[in-house]
Design a binder for this molecule. Sequence first.
Ligand SMILES: [Fe+2]
Length: 395
Amino acid sequence: MSEGVIILQQRFGFHLPTRIEFGKGLLNYLGELVISITGGKKIFIVTDTGIEKAGLLSPVLNSLEKENFNYHIFNRVTPNPRDVDCETGGEEAKSFGAELIVALGGGSVIDSAKAIALLHRHDGPLKAFEGKGKVTRPIIPIVAVPTTAGTGSEVTRSAVITDTKRKFKMTVKDIMLAPKLAIVDPETTYSLPAELTASTGMDAFVHAIEAYTCRESNPFADIFALAAIEKIYHALLPAVEDGDRSARDYLMLGSLLAGLSFSHADVAAVHCMAEAVGGLYDIPHGVANSIFLPYVTSFNVSADPAKHAKVAGACGLPVENMEDRAAAELLITDLKKLSKKIGIPTFSSLKGIVPADFPRLAEASVVNGSTSSNCREIKEKDYLDLFQVAYYENS
Ligand SMILES: [Fe+2]
């Protein structure tokens, strides 16, 4: 009853602008699925060279050729994608006369595709669209095909792109950036190396935890978040350790559910720190998220012990008869163990990290748009402390 009262007092919305098709082998039917959302024939494909080498581009091209589509391939996407590459992509899409974008890849590719679709219809630079709701005209449709589990970018309305001049990860967020169609085929992840499975899986896990515990959480997003936490927690280790295919299927589903949750809530301080680090160093987003998760959770517990205890319960930890704070403490210990088991490096062991940069990282974290969503108020000094604890505890 008390929960019902809270729901009645809270205003929230739930708008899913993306059609989702989930299933093994769907990559081979991409052409047919694309026909259902466009009358156009000119497809601009955004991908990266790793996807081509993994053999994932060929079935896409075959299915597009079968349906008589013309295509142009843009493969210059890097991890921690850069504004300058998106601006080049936007120009190429304009000169090709693109009518639809297919994004085939991980979060970097899908986020780049969103920025390219934006710049295809608007004059740059990309920086002019930083923040929420700056897109003024509809963009061409995006079909997102994730190949990691993952960022959930296939169902979100934001793109996180590095501003190369400021060495800062900026977020462009607008409902118009949401893909029209997400084709989620778990088979695309079957050959993903263990290291990438671990880092991308932890990114998805953090999406779900932050969506559930942040100030922007709502009853709809919570349902997706808890389902995602349960699936990802149980699938991550077998997917990383022996590439178990059934675990990879669940991880892909968990990542999608996590994407649905945080796109209708928000992320929070873990992502603020990870994005600050990703803007300055070439460190995978999921690795940074995994490193900071236990420390931010420890900082946050006092603001909402009950929700953190529920996260522990969703992970299947033995917390039935525990006080909420004790359950949350068990969760923190377990998060550190999980990170270690799946081979996530420690903060101090990462190449190039120097404590002299921590004030700059704290400054970049506090100005991140998701800082205000963190369940406990967090200031620049708190971020500085968290960077230091994460660094010195394991050095
Ligand atoms: Fe993320």
